[in-house]
Design a protein around this ligand. Structure first.
Ligand SMILES: [Zn+2]
Length: 230
């Protein structure tokens, strides 16, 4: 009996697919993954300084939408539990006395522990862990971007393929810098979308490209002012 490898489809159970196929299927079909939902929740918590309510999450306008997150992770509180964010059940936590501040928790000098909300106290208690998680995430995205460059990118001018040499050049108005997006912990999906707006150039060709653009702008300004090009 021969074994035939089939293309991945939504009917194929996850455990049958290799990591690579999961990645490609998600990339090609625009499918939102659990991981992207969890990343977005983590980012929202970073931005807000507290575990986001659904309304807060919607207000800051991240993707995927809260409805998508709830669908994929089985509800808002279930999603927050998966993201290791505190869930707030008023019936359980309401009216309980404030526990004293643990010694290992640092808060700013002008902040009174007892006057903070439960969410704010939770934020300070989990700060270290969140910083660590953010670092882990940043490293993971860096590795992913390196592999992405390695497998899919080459310089549009000279064909240079080595990932450390490759830049993403924004031909028009630059919305977001790819390296800044990595540092800020944007999702792979957002980074991929931004990459699609860029031309891949090696560092040398990129520098020439930028210099040429500078000279064009410079000479245009000079001629408008009636000055000779030096
Ligand atoms: Zn080049």
């Amino acid at each position: 009996m021969s074994v035939r490898l089939e293309r991945p489809s939504s009917a194929t159970p996850c455990w049958l697919r290799s990591r690579r196929l999961i990645y490609d299927a998600a990339a090609n079909a625009g499918v939102t993954t659990d991981e992207e939902c969890l990343e977005a929740l983590g980012r929202a918590a970073e931005q807000l300084g507290e575990s986001p309510t659904k309304a807060q999450y919607e207000e800051i306008g991240l993707t995927p939408a809260s409805a998508t997150i709830m669908k994929i992770l089985g509800g808002w509180n279930a999603a927050k539990e998966r993201a290791e964010l505190k869930t707030f059940d008023r019936a359980v936590t309401g009216g309980q006395p404030v526990q004293p501040k643990p010694d290992w928790v640092d808060i700013p000098d002008d902040v009174e522990w007892e006057e903070l909300t439960g969410q704010q106290r939770w934020y300070y208690k989990n700060r270290e862990e969140r910083i660590e998680r953010k670092d882990r995430r940043r490293n993971e995205i860096r590795r992913w971007l390196y592999t992405y460059k390695d497998q899919r990118c080459e310089c549009n001018r000279c064909g240079e393929e080595r990932p450390p040499c490759l830049d993403f050049h924004h031909p028009g108005e630059k919305e977001r810098d790819i390296s800044t997006m990595v540092v800020d912990g944007y999702s792979k999906e957002s980074i991929r979308k931004e990459i699609d707006r860029c031309t891949v150039l090696c560092a040398n060709c990129h520098r020439i490209e930028l210099r040429t653009a500078d000279v064009v702008i410079f000479t245009r300004t000079q001629s408008q002012m009636g000055l000779p090009y030096p």
